[in-house]
Design a protein around this ligand. Structure first.
Ligand SMILES: CCCCCCCCCCCCC/C=C/C(=O)SCCNC(=O)CCNC(=O)[C@H](O)C(C)(C)COP(=O)(O)OP(=O)(O)OC[C@H]1O[C@@H](n2cnc3c(N)ncnc32)[C@H](O)[C@@H]1OP(=O)(O)O
Length: 358
């Protein structure tokens, strides 16, 4: 004959807690059907090692899911109330079953339980507020970082653009021949710093595409460091002027646009310029870069700079110009990828704005 274990109970507004006094309980079967909880298990209870069972018909509807956890000392059961509220007793029958007693370890009266809920809510709110503060702190740190980065780039490229324009007015055509000597240090600085943009895109600091940013930074730095930087013969070629002028012309628009974006502000003319002037400037920029690469090919052939040595049996070496021919093809592909990307960004930007205006 199965025996009945001692059962202790307590409640909260949402849950019923039952604690069954059975040690080393095994083969536990506990479920709720038609608002009646049925419990069966084997274990060591008040009458020694036996099969124990009990059933309880609840006062009000409960949810059918039952959570139970068995430890060496007891079986804990949690049943969810069908509706949030306080019950005056546990069972439908007014007479309390003899095996049932209040669980004074968990027992709370209604007002204490409400207090517990309030404390829990307050704790949750405090946690939320502190998380919110942390997020705000991170956002403001990110905004400050981006703002300073954009400002430095803007100042750098403005200096380049203004300096080249003033020199063009003062020295006319002659200024085209010494751009590298007057501008290259600042350009080196700005373009090395631009590597930050690839990291920003890669780590999700900004929503830029990683590939287009990488193509732009690698593409420009290739021209700047390999074609211009390493060949003295290229330093006084007018092509340097055109490349630097086209690069800086776009950047003195792009960076202030980003700076305003850091504060969720925009200036319509600037936004329009940022998403429009690349249409003529990008192909012109890539064309100027291609001219620079083509002009450098005979110099690399002649000087054998960066040529790749081959085993004696195959010949002397492969000229770096071979890499440059491949690079010219890549340039064309890079132009296509970035042109498509910028076109999409433009469409997205103006489509969103139109929708907002409607
Ligand atoms: C794998 C490597 C292979 C290498 C192969 C090499 C081949 C090389 C071939 C190509 C060579 C090209 C060399 C370049 C030449 C020139 O530059 S010519 C001159 C003209 N150039 C241009 O017009 C290009 C200018 N550059 C750009 O527009 C960008 O750098 C971009 C990467 C091409 C595209 O910009 P992207 O960032 O994706 O779009 P945005 O709309 O501007 O930004 C998206 C959102 O992110 C925010 N954001 C981005 N950066 C910042 C920032 N620094 N600070 C703050 N916020 C930023 C931006 O505000 C946008 O936000 P939302 O509006 O909220 O979306």
């Amino acid at each position: 004959m199965p025996l009945t274990p001692l059962v202790y109970w307590a409640q909260r507004h949402e849950d019923i807690y039952l604690r069954v006094e059975l040690t080393d309980a095994q083969d536990i079967d506990v479920h709720v059907h038609e608002n009646i909880l049925q419990f069966k298990a084997q274990g060591h209870g008040a009458k020694g090692q036996h099969d124990y069972e009990f059933s309880l018909e609840f006062l009000s509807p409960v949810k059918p899911e039952v959570i139970h956890r068995s430890t060496q000392r007891q079986v804990s059961i949690t049943v969810k109330k069908g509706q949030h509220g306080w019950w005056e007793r546990l069972t439908l029958k007014e007479r309390k079953p003899v095996f049932l007693a209040p669980d004074f370890d968990r027992w709370l009266d209604e007002s204490d339980a409400e207090m517990e809920i309030r404390e829990k809510d307050e704790k949750k709110n405090r946690l939320k507020a502190s998380r919110h503060k942390e997020e705000e702190g991170f956002i403001s740190l990110k905004t400050a970082f981006l703002f300073v980065y954009n400002l430095v780039q803007f100042l750098g490229f403005s200096w380049i653009f203004v300096n080249m324009t003033v020199r063009l007015f003062i020295f006319g055509q002659d200024s085209l021949y010494d751009t590298f000597h007057t501008i290259s240090d600042v350009m080196f600085f700005c373009q090395i710093l631009a590597a930050v943009e690839v990291l920003n895109a890669a780590f999700g600091v900004v929503h830029s595409g990683v590939i287009p940013t990488l193509i732009q930074v690698v593409g420009r730095n290739f021209v700047l460091f390999i074609i211009f930087g390493s060949l003295e013969e290229m330093h006084n070629r007018p092509v340097v002027f055109f490349v630097f002028y086209l690069w800086s012309a776009i950047e003195i628009v792009r960076y202030p646009f980003y700076m305003l974006g850091c504060f969720n502000t925009e200036w319509k003319t600037l936004t329009w310029l940022r998403y429009t002037i690349w249409i003529p400037l990008y192909p012109l920029g890539v064309l100027a870069e291609a001219v620079a690469v083509i002009q450098s090919i005979p110099i690399f052939d002649e000087t054998k700079l960066f040529s790749i040595p081959l085993p004696k049996a195959l010949g002397t070496s492969i000229s770096f110009s071979f890499v440059l021919y491949i690079y010219l093809v890549l340039m064309f592909l890079g132009l296509l990828i970035n042109f498509r990307h910028l076109y999409k960004q433009r469409k997205r930007r103006f489509r969103t704005k139109k929708r907002k205006a409607n």
